[in-house]
Design a protein. Structure first.
Ligand code: NAD
Length: 355
């Protein structure tokens, strides 16, 4: 038994959650002292961003609907140029991790505060982590300036999120909490948030999948996503996130579905070496069964992808992913070897139950 010891750095988080939260946007803009807002979104969320700009009124000086997955450098440069052109003094990022990721880069490069209105469960809004993709390589870094000044979670805005995206995005969030529970820099506060985040999301996702217009289920899923995102922001991720990063970066596999497929396998790999995390997950999931199998079953019940093959990964790429994942060392509860990783990837590729 190791004696209790930890370091915990609280992040300044201003969060408003609940139906109607978006109505608080003007107040949040006042609170941040902003006068010229650029609204950022992905192309498909233009209608939503236009509605949000309408709520902001004359202080919305531009709508920039060009956010793309993993923040390509050209897209970042274009947003930065536009922010300068319209003389923006802040951004409202509406949408998923792509829109919020773009806002973070503008914050990093140009110093503009970001207010986030998340509509997926990816959790980027809760972290000081930015990402930028240049020549096919995604770099990430931590900087407190990219942490949004306010976050508004309004479940009504997530009703349009399709069931498949809701489920994979929710599993993406659960992955943050799972890895926070065995992170090298875990702490008691984050453990509580992680356990509660998994509890909330695992209970909400079946309800969301059954009825995407159920605002209570949507709010509970956002509550879980908030907690899981905060865990991601506060700790260092291990094998699961490194593996997903390698798969996304090398093969361009879709972000949330990749997390959904890999999570049960990465957890099964680590479970034996992380008994406290397993105990927390079992409490959260309300089952004596092993959590990795529970999450694999949950993904199946909710119709989510369970094989890397169905995400378009060729079997021949397994060895390359093993090499990329092993290239840089990182903390993990269990030693990661080429053989163990190869076995994990072959099981995940074929869609077999985690072992
Ligand atoms: P995303 O923002 O691309 O959204 C996923 C899909 O959902 C898109 O097709 C989008 O159009 C759609 N969508 C979003 N909101 C919708 C709505 N209300 N109605 C209908 N459709 C909607 O992707 P994501 O999964 O939210 O985020 C993934 C990205 O975020 C990746 O680039 C990932 O690396 C990054 N990320 C970063 C962090 C961080 O801490 N920096 C954390 C998590 C994710």
């Amino acid at each position: 038994n190791t004696p209790l010891a930890f370091a915990y750095q609280g992040l300044p988080m201003r969060v408003v959650l609940g139906t109607g939260a978006l109505g608080r946007l003007a107040d949040e803009i006042d609170h941040a002292g902003l006068e010229r807002i650029m609204v950022l979104c992905s192309p498909r969320q233009l209608e939503l961003a236009t509605m949000v700009a309408g709520l902001i009124g004359p202080r919305a000086v531009d709508i920039h609907p060009h956010a793309r997955m993993h923040v390509p450098a050209e897209s970042a440069a274009e947003a930065q140029r536009r922010a300068k052109e319209v003389n923006a003094d802040g951004c409202v990022a509406v949408g998923g991790g792509s829109a919020i990721g773009l806002g973070k880069i503008v914050a990093l490069r140009y110093g503009l505060p970001v207010i986030a209105v998340p509509t997926t469960y990816a959790g980027s809004e809760m972290t000081p982590v930015w990402g930028l993709t240049e020549n096919g390589v995604k770099r990430t870094g931590r900087d407190p300036r990219v942490l949004p000044v306010s976050v508004l979670y309004d479940p009504a805005l997530t009703v349009a999120l399709p069931t498949d995206v809701s489920v994979t995005s929710g599993m993406n969030a659960i992955a943050h909490a799972v890895e926070a529970l065995y992170a090298p820099d875990a702490s008691p506060v984050i453990n509580l948030m992680a356990e509660e985040g998994v509890r909330a999301l695992a209970a909400a996702l079946p309800d969301v999948a059954a009825d995407g217009t159920d605002l209570d289920a949507r709010a509970r899923a956002q509550y879980g996503a908030w907690l899981c995102g905060a865990c991601l922001g506060a700790t260092t991720m291990s094998l699961h996130h490194k593996l997903c990063h390698a798969l996304g970066g090398t093969l361009d596999l879709p972000h949330a579905p990749t997390h959904t497929v890999v999570l049960p396998h990465a957890l099964a790999f680590n479970q034996g070496a992380a008994p406290k995390a397993v105990a927390a997950l079992n409490r959260a999931l309300g089952t004596p069964a092993d959590p990795a199998t529970y999450l694999w079953d949950l993904a199946g019940r909710l119709g989510a992808p369970r094989s890397l093959r169905e995400l378009g990964m060729p079997e021949s790429a397994i060895d390359r992913i093993v090499q990329v994942t092993l290239a840089n060392p990182y903390a993990n509860p269990r030693e990661v070897t080429a053989e163990g990783l190869g076995r994990l990837l072959r099981t995940a590729w074929a869609g077999q139950p985690p072992t």
